[in-house]
Every structure is written in C-alpha cells, then in structure tokens.
Design a protein around this ligand. Structure first.
Ligand code: GDP
Length: 481
C-alpha cells in the first residue's frame, strides 16, 4: 500500500529509538527505514546524549553545508589562502581510501571526530563511491561541490607538504596551542593511512596539544583507511564527551554506522532480491565471510578445512551423518550465506550438505551472491555487490568472519553480533584452534599511533590507557574494551 510508505507512519522502532529522523522521503532511501526489519534489534543501549548530539549536528550541517552563505564565506578564505579570525563553520573533508570496509570504518571515525570538534563532515564526490550510500543529513548534502577550490584530493599522501605531520616536523606551523587562528593556515591535510607512523609526525594528530592547534584550522582534509576511533579515546580533552555519548564503549561503530550508512536504492535492490529469494524463509541464518590476505597466505583447501573445523567445533553447523540418507519430515532449514571473492568454499559446503544428511537432521542450504575473484578498483557494480554482501551478512544470527578483515568488521558490528574470527594462517597453515570468539562488537584500529604524547617518544598504544588494548584478532592493533 502507499500508506505504509509515508514518513508519518514510520514507527519509533523503525527509527531505532530516535537514532534516525523521520524527515526523509522514504522512497529515496528505502534501506534507512527497512534494514531493521531484517536485522535483529540492537541489544546495546543508546544514550539520549548521543541522540541530542546527532540532532545538534544535523542543525549545524544544515546551517553550514554546501550552498549556504557560511559555506561560501569559508570558501572565500580557502581561496585567499589566508586565515582571518575563527569562522563560524569549520569542516572536515573525507576522501575515500582502500576497500569498502576500510572506507566505512574511516568514514564513521571521521564523523565521530566531526562530532567531537563541531566540524561539518563533507565527502569527496569520487566516481567509485557514487550510488553506494544515501545522503545521511536532512535538508543538505554531504558532497563538496564540483568547483571546490582544493583540487587533486587523490594526490595527497604521506609526503604532502600540506600535511600536519610535515608542517610540524619542518616547523612550518606554530604548534603552540595558544597561537591565534589567524597565524594558522586555512587548511591542513591529516594523513592517517596505515603507513602514517613511518614518516614525519603524522601520529601527533592523536595528541591533545596538537588537537588544540588543529581545532583552530578552518578546513581539515582527512584521509584514512583505518578505524581510528580508539585513537580519539586516547585524547583527554574528548574523554568526557565520549563517555556521555558512549557509556558502552564498544558500541561506537554499531550505533554510528547504523545512523550514518544507508545503502542506496540500487544496492538495496541487490540485498532484497537475494534475501527474498534465498534467505527469508529459513529458521536460522549463518554468515561466513572468507577472505585470503597476501600477508597471511593460505590455500583454498586449507582454509576450507579451517571453516569446517571452526563451524563444527563451535556447533555453528552440524556434522554430516554418513549412516542416514533420508531427511526427517519435520526437518528445519538453516541457511548459510557465504561471502568471498572465491566460489570454492560455497561449492564445497553446498556439496557436503547436498550429498549427506546431518547428525541433527537439519537441512543446511548454502548460498553465495557473487564471486568476483579479485578486488577491483573504481568499478561501481563491484563495490555495490560488496556493500550488498556486507548488508546481507549483517542480517545473520551467527557470524564467522576472517580475522583482520574490515569487510567482516563492518558486517558484525552493524549486526551487533560478536563473530567467530577465523584465525590468520601461520606458515600457510590454519592454526589450532581454527577460530575464536570476539570479545566485543567493536572493531580493531589496525595502525595505532604508538606515541606517548607527554614524552613525545614511542610507546605501545595498547598499554597507555586501561580501556584501549590490543585486539584479539590482530596483534598490532588496538580496540576499545
Ligand atoms: P578487507 O580488505 O577485508 O579489510 O576489506 P575491504 O572491504 O576494505 O576490501 C576488500 C575489497 O575486496 C572489498 O571492498 C570488495 O571490493 C572486495 N571483496 C572482498 N571480499 C569480498 C566478498 O566477499 N564479496 C565481494 N562482493 N567483494 C569482496
């Protein structure tokens, strides 16, 4: 009926207890109001303070966003390349980097940074992120206009002379936290890509006194492929705000991801067609995400064995029954959704449960939406399929994901499920035990700054504060506990 599609009938449940606004045209972004019909309700409380922060942010975005006089004023300053006094609206511009999982993690991290620093978050309109996500903020846009004066955003990297790290190491910026805004440039580049700790002082971004300086700069261009949220929790200045927004620390991506990231209708079409065809009618849905990294090589055979060992030892999937050949009348069906670049795991699992009954009598049906064989760049449909699969995984009741994969991270954190991690291979072999359970629903910051801000010397980020410790699936990384 047409009635069900008007915003007035969107109930509070569908607005995730106030996390989402009813102010959008539902037809323009169906996933925003429909994802929760397919996902388990969040069992993680949402703070009313976070909701009020988001409402305040939406007002700020409307006031300062593209096409407003305040935005024009800020562009004038940017073009002149001279700072005046503090302007009313400050911005952080996010530019995409890495695979889709990396992008979603860094986008949410950048949004949290914007909330903490009262900046407006805008994003670059790159070809390969178009038609992936809906506009998240009502009455405005998050895309910078085509005539934006800073060009060549792709070109910014670890060596850029506009980067905060470079400017600090070459004494090109006054890093005294008391310096007035007019003594600072109108724009600075913050480089937080996985390699950022290797050169210059890029890690100083996570120090309080540097935050004081950067906060006075009108525009921050930020590029990262990391979930750098745990780094923001290291900065004393933001501690109290973060505590109020997220009394449960592990819920940052879970809530902010559900708020900010809504697949476009094209992606939602993929999700719904697959879900309704194969998954809708089953008792239980099990998601398995299998990824092979160059830094942890493993053969298809070995990883398949690891998946079977993990799912059987942890009682996620039943064992086969060599003696029985008929399915009991009352058999229930569970569906396994495999997400992988390769078809082999799906083919073998499907064959195993096709040619055998199970010890529990359950029927196991196995599905895989696509097998793209390898990661591709700047291909719209490839990215749309990847996002659709992340979304389908996030509808699961149980998840098995690959350790250290950001693709897996996003799916389990959106779902609010602690997954079983398939442990990274050692010497091309699957370790024993093959998998272990995640401790929290939050995800790992793979490249922590490893800097002691007081002494300005190297330090292990995982040992500096109580609630930021090394990740269970990736040793070098840190996460919130
Ligand atoms: P990560 O490399 O596992 O941390 O995840 P990313 O999402 O950042 O990068 C991997 C990229 O490879 C994805 O964005 C996809 O383009 C592609 N990819 C990896 N695994 C899958 C999969 O299971 N399904 C699809 N459709 N694409 C995948």
């Amino acid at each position: 009926s047409t009635e069900g599609t008007t915003t007035a009938t969107v109930s509070n449940d569908r607005l995730l207890d106030g996390l989402l606004l009813p102010d959008f045209d539902e037809q323009s972004c169906l996933s925003r109001y429909q994802s929760m019909l397919y996902r388990k309700a969040s069992s993680y409380a949402l703070s009313s303070y976070l909701i009020s922060k988001l409402r305040t942010y939406e007002q700020l975005h409307k006031k300062c966003g593209p096409n407003t006089p305040l935005f024009q004023k800020s562009l004038q300053q940017l073009k002149s390349n001279h700072s005046t006094d503090q302007l009313e609206c400050n911005y952080v511009l996010w530019s995409p980097l890495g695979g889709i999982g990396n992008r979603m993690l860094s986008l949410v991290s950048t949004f949290l940074y914007a909330l903490l620093t009262n900046r407006v978050m805008l994003i670059q309109q790159a070809a390969d992120i178009s038609d992936l996500f809906c506009e998240p903020f009502p009455g405005s846009t998050w895309y910078i206009p085509p005539d934006f004066p800073i060009k060549n955003l792709e070109g910014y990297n670890i060596h850029s002379q506009n980067s905060y790290g470079y400017m600090v190491s070459h004494n090109l910026i006054n890093d005294d936290p008391n310096s007035p805004p007019s003594a600072l440039p109108p724009f600075v580049y913050v480089h937080l890509r996985y390699n950022y700790a290797q050169k210059d002082l890029h890690t100083r971004f996570f120090c309080e006194s540097d935050q004081e300086v950067i906060n006075k700069i009108n525009w921050v261009l930020l590029k990262s492929d990391n979930y750098f949220v745990p780094g923001l929790f290291m900065i004393p200045k933001y501690e109290q705000e973060l505590e109020r927004m997220f009394p449960l620390k592990e819920t940052v991506f879970h809530h902010l991801g559900r708020y900010l990231l809504h697949p476009s209708n094209s992606v939602w079409g993929l999700v719904m067609r697959f879900h309704n065809s194969y998954l809708a009618k089953t008792k239980e849905r099990i998601g398995i995400q299998a990824r092979i990294f160059l830094w942890a090589p493993i053969s298809i055979d070995e990883l398949y064995k690891q998946i079977v060992a993990c799912t059987q030892q942890e009682l996620i999937l039943p064992e086969i029954n060599p003696k029985q050949s008929l399915v009991p009348n009352e058999a229930t069906t569970s569906a396994v959704l495999v997400a992988s670049l390769h078809a082999d795991f799906y083919e073998r699992l499907k064959d195993m449960y096709y040619t055998h009954t199970t010890t529990t009598g359950e029927i196991i049906s196995v599905y895989q939406p696509s097998h793209e064989e390898k990661q591709q760049f700047e291909q719209q449909l490839h990215n749309q399929k990847a996002l659709a699969e992340i979304w389908l995984l996030s509808f699961s009741d149980v998840l098995v994901t690959t350790a250290a994969s950001t693709f897996g991270y996003v799916s389990y954190s959106l779902a609010g499920i602690k997954p079983w991690f398939l442990v990274s291979s050692k010497d091309q072999k699957a370790p024993d035990p093959p998998c272990h359970r995640a401790v929290t629903i939050d995800v790992c910051f793979h490249s922590p700054p490893n800097l002691n801000c007081k002494t300005r010397s190297k330090a292990d980020t995982g040992k500096l504060v109580r609630h930021v410790r090394h990740c269970e699936d990736f040793e070098d990384g840190v996460k919130l506990f």
